[in-house]
Design a protein around this ligand. Structure first.
Ligand code: GLU
Length: 425
């Protein structure tokens, strides 16, 4: 292979370059042809829109929105829409590519995409968010579609935003089309099990990894960074399996309790406290949220955002196992430090793929016009997650690489084989 230098990584790691450097290592291990490498490295389509929205005070504010389709080789593209003040095109490009690899790892028939709007939803009213969501959906009519590109929730969005997207899309084409987005409210074509699906997949893969490391869940301790949808359900479900959650955190800080935090109590507290753990009495407050990452625990679940384990703190991580609930929590430069320390990492594109797996089930149910029981959803998604874990673990051994590179190998192998059958121009 006539490979060029690996993608450069600047000081402040660019998430797309972080993704590319792993892609590059896996592509080399696989002996991927240059032609396919070049097809997979560039996103298929990038759309940027400008969205004027009337705010409650009558003024008009213009927001920038993005949708990046990384690939539609495996099928219609799939991926969430993020509302956050830090959203930018490089981040959305990386997240879109991660969706391609994620869908391939769990073997569901989707390509990868991601969307985002640069905004601060915490400072907007429900009406403002609704108008922004409808404006974004209308501007993406040529992109979205149940057989083209299917959005879902991500950071800063949830079932209500998905309901507005579904409604706006349906109005525009003149018929109710539930399968155009996933993560909808249950009453509007949502699937049982979707809300907890990402956290559940984190639990399933964490237990599978603990088995490999011979860690008994009933004697294990765990710290969970981030207490949103992913972190809180991962914590709850791991606690139900006997793991002691000694530390949790959110934007307000980290809370620690050697005897184990009562996760149900923490969730109830957060729900009554405008979504924040601020003042949570069930644990002692640590000096800084980052301290949580360096605690002496068996399992660490970063479930907040990108780039939290970096060259700055990777040396200080003491967990034996990291299960990545968030997308991209470990920077590419931190990978070798973590690997040298002998820490097993269940990478994001495997660990958090439970969400998109149940999104796929939601889409299937919408198209069938039929509703599955929660038991069926969980049974099938658990099996998919466990099979994906085993497949990645086998690749890890076969190629003698980390689980992260093993997961990329499984994904790239599937996408490249499919690409060769479909062919290009
Ligand atoms: N935003 C979630 C993720 O990053 C879910 C995507 C989906 O369900 O399409 O995996």
């Amino acid at each position: 292979m006539a490979y060029i230098e690996p993608a450069p990584i600047k000081d402040r790691e660019n998430p797309f370059e972080s993704m590319m450097s792993r892609f590059h290592i896996a592509a080399q291990a696989l002996g991927l042809e240059d032609e396919v490498y070049n097809v997979l490295k560039a996103p298929t389509k990038q759309v940027t829109v400008s969205l004027p929205v009337t705010m409650d005070d009558g003024s008009i504010k213009v927001f920038e929105g993005y949708r990046v389709i990384h690939s539609n080789i495996l099928g219609p593209s799939k991926g969430g829409v993020r509302y956050d003040i830090h959203v930018n095109i490089d981040e959305v490009k990386a997240l879109a590519a991660w969706m391609t690899w994620k869908c391939a790892v769990v073997d569901i028939p989707y390509g990868g995409a991601k969307g985002g709007i640069c905004c601060n939803p915490r400072q907007m009213s429900a009406g403002e968010i609704e108008r922004l969501t409808r404006a974004y959906t209308l501007s993406m009519m040529e992109v979205f579609g149940p057989d083209r590109d299917i959005p879902a929730p991500d950071m800063g969005t949830g079932p209500q935003e998905m309901a507005w997207m579904m409604d706006e899309y349906s109005r525009a084409i003149g018929k109710t089309t539930t399968a155009v987005v996933t993560g909808k409210p249950l009453v509007l074509g949502g699937s049982l099990g979707r809300t907890e699906a990402t956290g559940r997949g984190v639990m399933v893969t964490a237990l599978a990894a603990m088995e490999k490391l011979k860690i008994n869940p009933y004697q294990a301790t765990c710290a969970v960074q981030g207490f949103g949808n992913v972190g809180s359900f991962a914590a709850l479900l791991l606690e139900e399996r006997g793991v002691k959650i000694v530390s949790i955190s959110d934007l307000s800080g980290a809370y620690h309790n050697e005897n184990g935090i009562d996760i149900n109590e923490a969730i109830n507290y957060r729900n009554k406290n405008k979504g924040s753990l601020e003042g949570f009495p069930g644990g002692e407050k640590l000096g800084s949220g980052e301290e949580l990452l360096e605690l002496e625990v068996d399992v660490l679940v970063p479930a907040a955002m990108e780039d939290v384990i970096t060259i700055k703190n990777a040396h200080n991580i003491k967990a034996k196992l990291i299960v990545e609930g968030a997308n991209g929590p470990t920077s590419a430069k931190a990978d070798p430090i973590i690997n040298d320390k002998g820490i097993l990492v269940v990478p994001d594109i495997l660990a958090n793929a439970g969400g998109v797996t149940v999104s796929y089930f939601e889409w299937v149910q919408n198209r069938l016009g039929y509703k599955w029981t929660g038991e069926r959803v969980n049974r099938r998604s658990d099996r998919i997650m466990k099979d994906a874990f085993d497949k990645v673990y086998r690749a890890t051994q076969e190629y003698d690489v980390s689980m992260r590179i093993g997961a990329y190998i499984v994904a790239i192998d599937k996408v490249s084989k499919t690409y060769k059958f479909r062919g290009g121009f």
